[in-house]
Design a protein. Structure first.
Length: 330
């Protein structure tokens, strides 16, 4: 069976991406985190798209820009599918990487179209340079570039209860049923949901233990305890105790690349006698992905905040409504 140039482009592009993925999984290289680099996330899909359209133009004399940009996605989809089936990647990493992979694959496909259609004499040198670009840039990036960035994500909700009533729901959080949490983006991509939280004491320096699905357990050290006003904490996360099957290892909480540092709940009485509850989380990003990784960090934590704030609102307002009837009955 003879493969057409189009099929060769799909196969070669997918194999090229999988080769990079497997190489960075080797024990001697995995500690370098080469997968979470600009070279891998941006240049590898660029080369994949270039390969796909390079071979397509061996079959077709011309191709539209829109067709080139979408055909370049084919080997990317194959590469991602194989990665998930073989457990090289989990659903979280695939979802977070997909926009970058598809965009830069399209750029690679358009670059191949532009170069191939303007060459007076056909040459493989542009293809060779494109294929070698991630190989040359990755070691340079890993050895010379180092980026650390801290940022804070904050969200608020109005709860129809007093700060004293809201405060009762914050420290110790009893078992959370699935029905209490709204459907969220995090759950859809495979992030475990929180189950419960317990306090060792109701004071500063106490330890708050949070438990999530899939065996995820971590601690929060209370750094500020001001009843009905503010609760602040420092995350104490041991990444070795977070199962690899719970969160993809490249975005594992407490890891070298990405981790929450601090968090706080702030309660403020509104003029209507309600409570403005604000949840803030400060994160550190040690990748070289710039705004791309921070965009996803904000998306995930806004989503997580929304879920927790909705839970606090629902529980507090339910208890507040039940309280008068309980008192009158007694």
């Amino acid at each position: 069976m003879t493969l057409s140039p189009s099929h060769i482009g799909i196969v070669c592009g997918a194999l090229y991406g999988l080769l990079f993925r497997v190489v960075w999984e080797l024990d001697k290289l995995s500690h370098l985190n080469g997968l979470v680099t600009a070279s891998f996330l941006f240049l590898v899909p660029f080369a994949i798209g270039y390969i796909r359209i390079y071979y397509e133009l061996k079959q077709c004399q011309t191709i539209s820009a829109s067709r080139a940009s979408t055909l370049a996605w084919q080997p990317v989809f194959v590469c991602m599918l194989v990665s998930v089936i073989t457990l090289l990647e989990g659903s979280i990493c695939v979802v977070l990487a997909s926009p970058a992979f598809l965009f830069f694959a399209s750029m690679g496909g358009l670059a191949a179209r532009w170069i191939q259609l303007r060459q007076a004499t056909k040459s493989d040198k542009p293809l060779l340079c494109t294929v070698l670009l991630p190989v040359l840039c990755t070691p340079i990036e890993l050895t010379t570039l180092s980026s650390t960035y801290q940022y804070t994500v904050s969200d608020s909700v109005i709860i129809q209860a007093t700060p004293v009533q809201v405060w009762q729901e914050l420290g110790n959080v009893s078992d959370i049923s699935k029905d209490e949490l709204p459907l969220s983006f995090g759950q859809l991509i495979g992030i475990p949901r929180p189950l419960r939280a317990s306090m060792s004491a109701l004071e500063t320096n106490a330890v708050r233990t949070s438990e999530w699905e899939k065996g995820v357990v971590f601690q929060e050290i209370i750094t500020a305890w001001e009843p009905a006003e503010r609760m602040a904490y420092r995350f104490d996360i041991n990444p070795e105790q977070i199962p690899d099957t719970a969160l993809d290892k490249h975005v594992k909480m407490g890891g070298e690349l990405f981790s929450p540092l601090y968090g706080s709940y702030h309660l403020q009485l509104t003029p209507e006698g309600h409570t403005l509850l604000t949840l803030s989380t400060t994160l550190t990003d040690n990748t070289n992905l710039g705004g791309y990784s921070r965009f996803w960090g904000r998306v995930i934590f806004h989503d997580f905040h929304y879920m927790l704030l909705r839970l606090m609102k629902q529980r507090t307002e339910q208890h507040t409504v039940k309280l008068p009837s309980h008192e009158s009955a007694s």
